[in-house]
Design a protein around this ligand. Sequence first.
Ligand SMILES: C[S@@+](CC[C@H](N)C(=O)[O-])C[C@H]1O[C@@H](n2cnc3c(N)ncnc32)[C@H](O)[C@@H]1O
Length: 356
Amino acid sequence: MAALDNDRLEEAMGKVFTELGVSCTAPLVVLGDRLGLFGALAGAGPLTSAELAARTGLVERYVREWLRGVAVAGYLGYDPGTDRFALSDEYAAVLADETAPTSLIGVFPGFQALWADLDRVEEFFRSGGGMGWGDHHPALGAAQERFSRPAYVHGLIAEWIPAVDGIVAKLEAGARVADVGCGYGLSSILVGQRWPNSVVTGFDPDDDSVAHARAAAAKAGLDGRVAFEVADATTYPGQGYDLVTFTDSLHDMGDPEAAVAHARAALADEGAVLVIEPLAADRFEDDFANPYARVGYAISTLVCTPSSLAQPGAAALGAMAGEARLRDVLAAGGLTRIRRIAQESAPVNIILEARP
Ligand SMILES: C[S@@+](CC[C@H](N)C(=O)[O-])C[C@H]1O[C@@H](n2cnc3c(N)ncnc32)[C@H](O)[C@@H]1O
């Protein structure tokens, strides 16, 4: 073996060691979320471990160790003079306030599923098999919903759907919407809430996701107007949809071209398809500058590629297909009038409007 370059070795050690810290902090972040620690710190000013333990009803010794772990990670300020820890308003907007557009806290609980399902994914590397969303640890679906919420409230509803040419007038008057690959139904429910004259049906092949979606719609008082059915993207029923949405789902499908062709056939005259996909470059080498790429490729390897490879078609588009490849899929499915929309309000997504 050739002699190692010491400077480069130190650099490699430093980078991986630092990132080992990030990986270890993630479970502490999940505990901070589950136990209400971030919520109790938000807006409270500096607190000692005893004060935070009293506010949360938790055991001081555990709270102290957690505070130190999260503080050395850089998420909390610490004053050695008073032995107090503080969560700044900016970190609170990322870790504590789930209504903030900047919230990232919902991503972290999903790591439990990525680790829990790792043995199965390892085997797929040898066998070429795959697994659907419903076969994963339940933390995945729940995290997907929480992760999507800030982007869907502040992006999908406020900016992305309204950017589809002529759709707002139709939704206000009363449109028919199909949400394909709806998961826990968040996007369908938000559309139903924002445009009460419209009727939305969410489709997903995973029964558990559909059960969650139905329960969420009932809780939101949307029974009847926002409905969910267990169905695949290539076979769901209905015709005359004014809008068909694929919210972060097209790349998870076994045959995305067939899914697009089915949507095309189900569209009303002048209907539109809206595709929401993760931000990815057309050339892989350009993804090194993409802030989302690291998350995107990891999730794609562990969840999205297995999802597609478990299905007929096994296209394995990957979550990081990029705009040019997505346009090819849409065109192959018969949608040739394609427009990239809402770019300024979608920092980590590609949003495409597509029509026959
Ligand atoms: C990343 S999740 C997105 C869920 C939801 N739309 C959201 O944005 O939170 C992808 C979803 O696509 C669904 N899916 C995978 N293959 C599908 C298929 N062939 N037809 C319809 N949905 C599919 C999965 O079950 C999963 O719920």
